[in-house]
Design a protein around this ligand. Structure first.
Ligand code: ZN
Length: 448
């Protein structure tokens, strides 16, 4: 009996062991401090084994692998997710995202976003030999002629039917939604906004919003709305919109039952709300040339080239916006602190109320830098009093949840894709430590 038992144990041992000479994991990060992105407390000294691009095991103790990265004294977070991106030159921008730890981006339309360009971006995101983030995207913008964003950002690249849809009446919507639903989109992008600055255009009429949401629902597609004030936010919610791509411009009144009911409706729809607070910082950049000399920024963006962007026109524009904020909000002096304080307070309340808050930057605007600006967004939230574990969750898992990829992405859990960022210092002590990047891994492959 004893002998049979021993053989059984040996047989089990042999069947669980890899072939002699074949390490069981492709990559191991050993003895690391794990911040998994779910908001769980840090786990010290664990090893993460990666096989076939997936996280195969997380455990205490050593693991054998073809390649081992010593994680002792270091901190591992999930790859970052920028939840609001435009790019006119993705081949240049994509490696920049990865350099700063961004392994997924959500592209919410843009003047060049034809079906062919989207396909090319997805293709670059799907491979892992050239650094590039995974690409998720919406449809092209649904808007009306002469309105935002085409009037605000004029360009010959906006072509009706290719990179934008100008709706003439609601009867077209059914066919257009059928058309975009044939592509791998995360949802329909619609622009309600009346423009961020004069000339203010007209908003999308409510009947158009309602119809787009209804037609999208036939395909099981959510709608992502661009709303940038309280009126547009309420229009979006009334129309059945699920996700909002900006918080900037909205100033919720927490005493107003209509606002609270709208927030709870978004929650009931399992909707997401993207922050993009750094957009307001970008408007102030020309008045703060000292920001251009930040060491993190200058890793990829040389200070001299950035200074060349400070044209008299840009400085004058920034002064106008500063003046507008002074009169709009009653600030004596416009500082990043007073501009962000009430917005971060709202983001925090929304997060605590259970809305899936997602970090996003709105890359594509001047002074928003692919990759680097997600760290600026995190710093703004931390300065406003948000806790680092919550900020990290908003910058990782919540983004994946917004595009319904959270069963595969966004956190460091067994079975998920191995998109990982190894940091030299603890981001829970100081969120600025998300910039102390040693290694970026996408799909189990070292990218930086
Ligand atoms: Zn945008």
């Amino acid at each position: 009996m004893k002998k049979t038992g021993l053989w059984l144990v040996m047989a089990l041992f042999l069947s669980c062991s890899p072939q002699p000479g074949t390490p069981p994991y492709d990559l191991v990060i050993s003895r690391v401090n794990l911040i998994d992105g779910t908001g769980s407390p840090l786990r010290a000294g664990v090893s993460i084994g990666v096989r076939d691009g997936r996280i195969a095991v997380i455990q205490k103790g050593e693991l054998t692998a073809r390649k081992t990265i010593d994680g002792s004294g270091k901190f591992l977070i999930p790859g970052l997710f920028d939840g609001h991106v435009h790019t006119t030159d993705y081949r240049a921008d994509f490696p920049r995202f990865v350099h700063y730890g961004v392994t997924s981006v959500f592209i919410t339309g843009g003047s060049r976003c034809s079906n062919d360009l989207y396909a090319a971006m997805r293709e670059m995101g799907d491979q892992d030999s050239i650094p590039a983030p995974r690409v998720f995207h919406t449809s092209q913008h649904f808007t009306l002629e002469g309105r935002h964003p085409v009037k605000t950002y004029p360009s010959p690249n906006w072509v009706d039917g290719e990179t934008v849809f100008f709706l003439k009446d609601t009867s077209q919507i059914e066919v257009l939604v059928d058309q975009v639903a044939a592509y791998p989109i995360a949802g329909i992008k619609l622009t309600i906004e009346d423009g961020p600055a004069p000339p203010i255009v007209e908003r999308m009429p409510q009947v158009f919003i309602n119809k787009i949401v209804r037609e999208a629902a036939r395909h099981g597609l959510p709608v992502f709305a661009h709303a940038s004030d309280n009126t547009e936010f309420l229009m979006a919610v009334r129309g059945g919109v699920r996700h909002l791509v900006h918080y900037v411009g909205i100033d919720l009144d927490w005493e107003d039952p209509e606002h609270l009911a709208a927030v709870d409706t978004i929650k009931a729809r399992e909707g997401s709300w993207v922050t993009t607070l750094v957009l307001d910082k970008s408007f102030l950049y020309p008045l703060h040339p000292e920001w251009l000399a930040s060491a993190g920024l200058n890793e990829l963006y040389p200070v001299e080239a950035l200074k060349a962007m400070l044209t008299p026109e840009r400085v004058a524009q920034a002064r106008e916006i500063e003046q507008f904020w002074r009169s709009e909000y009653g600030f004596e002096v416009v500082t990043p602190e007073n501009i962000f304080a009430f917005q971060v307070d709202d983001v925090k309340k929304l997060y605590e109320r259970g809305i899936n808050m997602v970090l996003g930057t709105d890359v594509g605007n001047d002074f928003i830098f692919p990759g680097y600006s997600i760290h600026e967004e995190m710093a703004i939230l931390a300065q406003g009093g948000m806790a680092p574990p919550d900020i990290i969750k908003m910058a990782t898992l919540n983004g994946a949840r917004m595009v319904e990829a959270d069963s595969l992405l966004g956190s460091i859990e067994v079975g998920k894709m191995a998109d990982l960022v190894l940091l030299k210092a603890n981001p829970l002590d100081d969120i600025g430590n998300t910039q102390t990047i040693q290694t970026v891994i996408k799909n189990g492959v070292v990218q930086r």
